[in-house]
Design a protein around this ligand. Structure first.
Ligand SMILES: [Zn+2]
Length: 250
C-alpha cells in the first residue's frame, strides 16, 4: 500500500518545516490559506536549500539502457523521476544540475562513461548528489531502497530519505552501504535512490505512472529537507517538541 499525497498535505509538511527552521514570518493568515493546486511553495522552505547546489544523476542513458522491465527500460524511468525531483528542489530555491535531462541528450551510439560523468559531477562544487536508479531482481522483490558508501553525512542523508520512502511505500527495506563507483568517488554527500524494482510488474507499472513518480519524488525531497534541518539544528533540539510559542499565533 502506498500513501498518496495531496497538495494540502504537502503544504502542511512545508509549513511544519518552516516552523522548525525558525518560525519567523509564519502568520495565522498563511496557515488559514492552504496552497492551491500548482501554487508556489511558501518561500520559507527555500531557506534550507536556497543557494545550495544539488546534482541529480539519472542513472544510465544513451547506449546503456540499464535494467529492463516487462514494458519499460530503466534509463527512461530514471530520467522521468529525476526531472520530477528537480522540480521540487527548484521550487525550494536550490540550484539543480543534472548529468542529462533530455531523452536524446546522451546519443544512443555513445557508451555510458561513468568516470566522465563523475568527473563532471565533482567539478560542480555541489552540496549533495542524488543518483536515481531502478532496482532489478526476483519478480517478487519490491520497494525503494537508498544506498550510500562513506561518511556520516551520506549515511544520514540516505537514512532520512529512506525513512520517508518507508513511510510512503510501507517497504521494510533499510539503507545499505554499497560500493558503487558514483558513491565511492563523489566528493560531496551522495546517495543512490533505487526507486523500486523494475522487474516487479506491479511496481514497474507504478514507476511508469507520472502521479506515482511525483509522490515518490516528493518523499525523496522531504527526506533531504529533514537531513538539512538536522545539519542546522543541534540534535537535542530536534528531539524535543517544537516550542509552543512558535505554534500558537493569534
Ligand atoms: Zn541502474
Amino acid at each position: 500500500m502506498r500513501r498518496g499525497v495531496n497538495w494540502s498535505a504537502r503544504a502542511v509538511a512545508v509549513l511544519a518545516g518552516a516552523l522548525l527552521v525558525g518560525g519567523f514570518g509564519l502568520t495565522g493568515r498563511a496557515l488559514s490559506q492552504p496552497q492551491k493546486e500548482g501554487a508556489q511553495l511558501p518561500p520559507l522552505i527555500g531557506d534550507l536549500l536556497r543557494g545550495r547546489t544539488v546534482v541529480i544523476d539519472p542513472g544510465h542513458g544513451g547506449y546503456d539502457p540499464g535494467a529492463r522491465g516487462m514494458r519499460s527500460i530503466e534509463a527512461k524511468i530514471n530520467l522521468e523521476v529525476a526531472l520530477k525531483l528537480r522540480t521540487w528542489f527548484q521550487m525550494a530555491g536550490a540550484r539543480v544540475l543534472m548529468t542529462w535531462s533530455r531523452p536524446g541528450e546522451i546519443p544512443a551510439n555513445r557508451k555510458y562513461r561513468v568516470r566522465q560523468r563523475m568527473d563532471w559531477i565533482n567539478a560542480q562544487g555541489a552540496d549533495l548528489l542524488i543518483d536515481i536508479h531502478c532496482n532489478s531482481g526476483a519478480s517478487s522483490y519490491r520497494g525503494p531502497q537508498t544506498f550510500y558508501w562513506d561518511g556520516a553525512a551520506s549515511y544520514h542523508l540516505a537514512s532520512d530519505v529512506q525513512d520517508e520512502l518507508r513511510y510512503f511505500t510501507s517497504t521494510r527495506r533499510d539503507v545499505k552501504r554499497i560500493d558503487q563507483y558514483v558513491l565511492r568517488y563523489a566528493k560531496m554527500p551522495a546517495v543512490n535512490v533505487e526507486v523500486g524494482f523494475i522487474t516487479n510488474s506491479q511496481e514497474e507499472h507504478r514507476l511508469m505512472t507520472p502521479a506515482y513518480q511525483e509522490d515518490l519524488t516528493w518523499y525523496i525531497f522531504i527526506g533531504t529537507e529533514r537531513w538539512l534541518l538536522k545539519g542546522r539544528w543541534p540534535a537535542n533540539l530536534l528531539e524535543s517538541p517544537p516550542p509552543t510559542d512558535l505554534l500558537v499565533r493569534d
